[in-house]
Write a protein that binds this ligand. Structure first.
Ligand SMILES: O=C(O)CCC(=O)C(=O)O
Ligand SMILES: [Fe+2]
Length: 272
């Protein structure tokens, strides 16, 4: 970053921020394991109820083995039913935030807006129907100041997870993107492939990443189904792009001084 700053972060905060700046992502243990278990169990119950099957006691094994119960044509209906069901739970967004609250406080800010809807991604083994080709969300109307909080509901690793291009190679490849104007995203993927990272995300960890960096996923070549959630956060008073508070985002940690400021109107007829 070129902006000179007087840095009054603590040593621990500075270390976390430096890791985020150099890798482009942070993998952290969730701060509320019981909350994550509650979300996972809720998702498993919604899926089992949509599929009209009895939910086994081992929720994680059930989610890992989902491809034994649903095929590609049935997957989208199930995904929509589960996303709608989970987003109707009044406790779920606050619980999601509690998974990473102190990390976001340190690397994003303490007055945050949170995406209103939590997304769910399900990738059956060998399924090529719901892939996200290489992209950066900022190319498509997201603010460069926004981070994604990505939370697996099963152990995610290799192609069962996602890939991201760290900042240094991202800058290098971004400078050559114009040469792909007539090509495909697959051409871009092959160019960046040697520099990609595939973060290991066992259940119980969460990833915070900058969606300004190129990222995406590939066909899941593991013999288990991938389940992950994602939700965007940004500082309330950092610049917005197309996605605005009220429609896409909701303030979740607004402080008193900002409430005074937002409500304040200069008295009229009072000029000297
Ligand atoms: O879950 C993935 O594989 C990709 C997620 C993604 O692109 C995002 O959350 O912005
Ligand atoms: Fe993305």
């Amino acid at each position: 970053m070129d902006v000179p700053v007087t840095n009054m972060l603590t040593a621990a905060e500075e270390a976390l921020n430096q890791t985020f700046l150099s890798d482009g992502y942070l993998v952290v243990p969730v701060e509320n394991q019981a909350g994550l278990d509650r979300i996972r169990d809720c998702v498993a119950e919604l899926a089992a109820s949509h599929l009209k099957i009895d939910l086994p006691n081992d929720r994680q094994a059930f989610l890992d083995g989902l491809h034994q119960h649903v095929d590609v044509p049935g997957l989208n209906d199930m995904r929509l039913a589960v996303i709608n069901g989970m987003n109707q739970q009044p406790w779920l967004r606050a619980t999601y935030f509690s998974l990473v609250r102190s990390v976001l406080d340190q690397v994003v800010g303490n007055e945050l807006v949170m995406q209103r809807r939590i997304n769910l991604s399900i990738q059956l083994p060998e399924d090529d129907s719901s892939l996200l080709p290489v992209h950066a969300d900022v190319w498509d109307g997201d603010s460069a100041y926004e981070v994604v909080v990505w939370v697996p509901l099963v152990d995610c690793f290799k192609t069962k997870g996602m890939y991201i291009l760290p900042p240094t190679p991202n800058d290098k490849h971004a400078a050559t993107l114009s040469q792909y104007a007539d090509g495909t995203t697959e051409d871009i993927y092959h160019a960046i492939e040697p520099d990609l990272q595939w973060p290991d995300l066992p259940y119980g960890k969460a990833m915070v990443f900058s969606q300004t960096l190129m990222h995406g996923n590939r066909i899941n070549e593991e013999p288990e189904t991938r389940w992950s959630m994602n939700c965007r956060f940004k500082s309330m008073f950092s610049p917005y792009a197309d996605k605005l508070p009220g429609e896409f985002f909701e303030p979740v940690t607004l402080r008193a001084a900002s409430r005074f400021g937002l409500d304040y109107k200069l008295p009229s007829g009072f000029e000297e």
